[in-house]
Design a binder for this molecule. Structure first.
Ligand code: ZN
Length: 187
């Protein structure tokens, strides 16, 4: 498929119906083809012309990107994180199936004995992508780690108290691998 690096705007003239077959994002007006939304022009081998939307394309996750996600599963050696967005590209939704993995060796700079002392279910974490292909994440670094958490017992919000977290409601104390940005808006 041929992809012209030309951005077109709604209403831009693309060609005629004699030259091309109508594809997605294109409309025909008396034999003339126009873009129906903003995007890149794409022409297939069979001369189907389409406009591929620019704004709705999920961002590609790259090595070194910082992502925000939620802990959806905890195993002995890995935390599974459902990635919500890439920092700096928050307005673009990630493909639904993007689940990252934080291995116990990538949690912090140092030995981790029990992953459940570092993360909890539903925690919101900020993590760096260390392997974009396998979606491996790391929370090594002061600004990385848990940025928001709820109490496992009563689901109350946990407030930071020094290096630990304390529940507003039941006064339970929990530990997490905290980001220095804990409790602050991450978006
Ligand atoms: Zn509680």
């Amino acid at each position: 498929m041929e992809r012209e690096n030309k951005i077109v705007l709604p209403g831009d003239f693309l060609g005629t119906s004699e030259e091309y077959i109508l594809g997605n994002g294109v409309y025909d007006k008396e034999g003339n083809l126009y873009a129906s939304h903003i995007g890149d022009v794409s022409i297939s081998d069979k001369r189907v012309i389409s406009v591929v939307p620019k704004v709705e394309t999920p961002p590609v996750i790259r090595d070194g990107d910082v992502v925000i996600g939620q802990v959806v599963d905890l195993k002995d050696t890995v935390a599974i994180v459902s990635i919500a967005c890439v920092k700096g590209k928050e307005n673009r939704a990630i493909a639904a199936a993007s689940q990252g993995i934080i291995h116990i060796s990538s949690v912090r700079n140092g030995y981790v004995k029990d992953l459940r002392q570092e993360f909890g279910f539903f925690d919101i974490v900020k993590a760096k992508v260390i392997d974009a292909k396998a979606l491996k994440l790391s929370t090594e670094g002061k600004d990385l780690g848990v940025v928001n958490a709820i109490c496992v017992k009563c689901k109350g919000s946990l407030k930071r108290k020094g290096d630990t977290l304390s529940c507003d409601r039941c006064e339970r104390t929990e530990t997490r691998n905290l980001s220095e940005d804990y409790g602050e808006s991450v978006m």
